[in-house]
Design a protein around this ligand. Structure first.
Ligand SMILES: [Zn+2]
Length: 238
């Protein structure tokens, strides 16, 4: 095969490699995995906050239960004292009765609060166990996505490895000066195609119809012909 045709093949391989590399950067499964991972992190953070709230409520409940015990004990003692007949002083009796009344009120309030907290705890506990089940499902889905993303990455990496091998092999067979020329041209066209395969008299890159005089020049070995329109190096394609 002619050097220029090899060069065109080399260019096409490089373009393919470039596209695969772009694809590798923009894999849908990878971005989906990252998105879901973030979502799960937010979910877990909220779950943790709820668990912390539950623990605070549990502590609060314990504290109130202890308080109730203390109030109940003191109330029993005051009741005993009140009806024992040991206090004769009217003012003292009145003051004790007042204390008993306020303790009873406190006890009743505490009992209400404890009931309320217990209901809350039950509801929150139920909610948390449901959320934990959801967390498990989400995590399982995420692991599957991770496997899919990894598989997709490996597949493209494998293809890229193969393409790079082909590219390196092809490069061995192309004249160094010609490759240098290709690099210069490619740079000028900002990494785009700069070697054009001519078919039926049309430039393969800009599609302009080439003058018939070009045809003869393309057939001359060693001759470098450039498209007057897009500046690409022309290669005979048919
Ligand atoms: Zn052209």
């Amino acid at each position: 095969m002619e050097q220029l045709q090899l060069l065109w093949q080399f260019q096409e391989l490089e373009q393919k490699i470039f596209r695969q590399e772009q694809e590798l950067q923009n894999l849908a499964s990878v971005s989906e995995y990252q998105h879901k991972k973030q979502e799960l992190a937010v979910f877990q953070k909220e779950l943790k906050q709820k668990e912390e709230k539950l623990n605070t409520e549990k502590k609060e409940l314990r504290r109130k239960e202890l308080e109730l015990q203390t109030v109940s004990t003191s109330l029993r003692e005051m009741d005993k004292k009140l009806y024992s007949g040991e206090i004769r002083n009217v003012k003292e009796l009145e003051s004790l009765e007042k204390k008993v009344q306020s303790s009873k009120k406190e006890k009743s309030e505490l009992e209400d609060e404890i009931l309320y907290l217990m209901e809350n705890l039950e509801n929150d506990g139920r909610e948390i166990s449901q959320l934990k089940k959801q967390e498990e499902v989400k995590d399982e889905g995420l692991q599957q996505l991770k496997l899919k993303a990894r598989g997709d990455i490996k597949k493209i990496q494998g293809e890229l490895q193969l393409l790079n091998q082909q590219r390196d092999e092809l490069m061995q067979n192309i004249d160094k000066q010609l490759l240098k020329k290709y690099r210069e041209l490619s740079k000028r066209l900002q990494g785009g195609r700069c070697v054009s395969l001519v078919k039926e008299g049309f430039c393969g890159i800009c599609n302009v119809s080439l003058p018939s005089s070009f045809r003869a020049r393309l057939l001359t070995p060693g001759q470098q012909v450039f498209c007057e329109n897009c500046g690409s190096l022309l290669v005979r394609g048919d």
